[in-house]
Design a protein around this ligand. Structure first.
Ligand code: GTP
Ligand code: MG
Length: 420
């Protein structure tokens, strides 16, 4: 570590940078805040009721059916204001969680949703002209994971889901409908759940103990996890006060009574004490991890071979070079292949031509032979004709002679008879 050459000085009067924190506060108030909660839990486990109770308002979320073929995530954004602080609150609810036969299909959409919000933020960050200042950050800051109050152990689905979410989001597990479990059972159940989470290596969100103003309360609250909560918007008269409660034939469960459940603890920890830490952890731990993996996947690294520091530009140039080389190689390969193919085709054509030529020669020869044979026949015929003509001529002469001879004989005979 290099020792920096910094000197401490004292000023002789007020300058005013002590107001810097106030400037920061004013700026933040003007800008407003944003907080995003993801509620993961089975259909009807009490997600909407708890969120309504936490923010003391009616978000008017509709009931979902148990027959969804897939898990869906439904995000809804609201503007809330408390004194002069504006909060843009997004509630993301899982719809149909745990209703599928294939358990993996139940939590994969949640993982995908969280990643998609990180990806959107990363894309904004990587833009040349970015507007992170007024960007609507949809990254999930807290995941309330609703565990059913069975008193047994965690379901496989819960373990699998939490295991695949814990590196992406701050998980705050809660035991839902905690009025359904007795006090002694609840203590055992909490211990069992925590030991199961630990033995399965599931990292849940721990309230931070490094800031001394909240270290004590946070440390003690970490010991109460997972919070056992009861939700209700119904008001019941207890003593002479109206309180949020659930009324049963045998008595009243008061939501905000710490002897009845941990609702107040959850509200304190989630909203009053650690909302900023949840936001910060999301940015500096979970998003940072996503960003790192994503950039490494894209081939970026801070150090090159032999641990030499590597700038983004160098990586980019190297990558471009590599891609260019690869393209050149592919191009050459294709050219060679083309030439090879042309050669093959040419050879095939030449072979065909040769065959055709041979066939032609053969036919020519056959034709020639045939012609010669015919010539021979003709010659023989002509010879025959000539000899026949000769014969004919001879026989004509002979005939003539015979004819004349017989005429002479006739004349002689006639003369003779005349003389007789
Ligand atoms: P979906 O959005 O349809 O999945 O349901 P949800 O998880 O939002 O549950 P919701 O808040 O609609 O509650 C379902 C039922 O459980 C309602 O009848 C609520 O009154 C009841 N309920 C909610 N919270 C509690 C609780 O803490 N204890 C008990 N016993 N019942 C509760
Ligand atoms: Mg609901």
């Amino acid at each position: 570590q290099k020792r920096e050459n910094i000197r401490s000085l004292t000023m002789s009067g007020h300058v005013g940078f002590e107001s810097l924190p106030d400037q920061l506060v004013n700026r933040s108030i003007q800008q407003g805040f944003c907080f995003n909660i993801l509620c993961v839990g089975e259909t009807g486990i009490g997600k909407s009721t708890l969120i309504d109770t936490l923010f003391n308002t009616n978000f008017e979320d509709h009931e979902s059916s148990h027959f969804c073929p897939h898990v869906r995530l439904k995000a809804q954004t609201y503007e809330l204001q408390e004194s002069n602080v504006r909060l843009k609150l997004t509630i993301v609810n899982t719809v149909g969680f745990g209703d599928q036969i294939n358990k993996e299909e139940s939590y994969q959409p949640i993982v995908d949703y969280i990643d998609a919000q990180f990806e959107a933020y990363l894309q904004e960050e990587l833009k040349i002209k970015r507007s992170l200042f007024n960007y609507h950050d949809s990254r999930v800051h807290a995941c309330l994971y609703f565990i059913s109050p069975t008193g047994h152990s965690l379901k496989t689905l819960d373990l699998l889901a939490m295991k695949s979410l814990d590196s992406k989001v701050n998980i705050i597990p809660v035991i839902a409908k905690a009025d359904a479990i007795s006090k002694t059972e609840l203590q055992k159940f909490k211990i069992k759940l925590m030991s199961e989470l630990v033995s399965n290596g599931v990292q849940i969100y721990q309230f931070p103990t490094d800031d001394e103003t909240v270290a004590k309360i946070n440390a003690s609250m970490n010991g109460h996890l997972p919070f056992a909560v009861v939700g209700s918007m119904d008001e019941v008269k207890v003593g002479n006060k109206l309180v949020k409660a659930r009324q049963y034939p045998w008595g009243v469960v008061q939501v905000e009574n710490e002897n009845h459940c941990d609702f107040v603890k959850l509200r304190e920890m989630l909203i009053c004490t650690n909302m900023e830490d949840l936001r910060e952890q999301t940015h500096t731990r979970h998003y940072e991890l996503y960003r790192r993996c994503k950039l490494e996947e894209m081939g970026f690294a801070d150090v090159g071979p032999e641990n030499k520091p590597l700038s983004l530009q160098e990586t980019y140039e190297a990558k471009r070079h590599e891609i260019y080389g690869e393209r050149q190689r592919k191009e050459d390969e294709m050219k060679q292949m083309f030439v090879q193919r042309v050669k093959e085709k040419e050879a095939i054509l030449k072979e065909a031509e040769r065959e055709l030529q041979a066939k032609f020669e053969h036919l020519k020869r056959v034709h020639q032979e045939e012609r010669m044979k015919l010539e021979e026949k003709r010659r023989l015929l002509e010879e025959e004709i000539i000899s026949f003509s000769k014969k004919k001529a001879t026989s004509e002469i002979y005939q003539n002679q015979t004819f004349m001879g017989s005429n002479l004989k006739k004349d002689k005979d006639r003369k003779n008879s005349n003389f007789m």
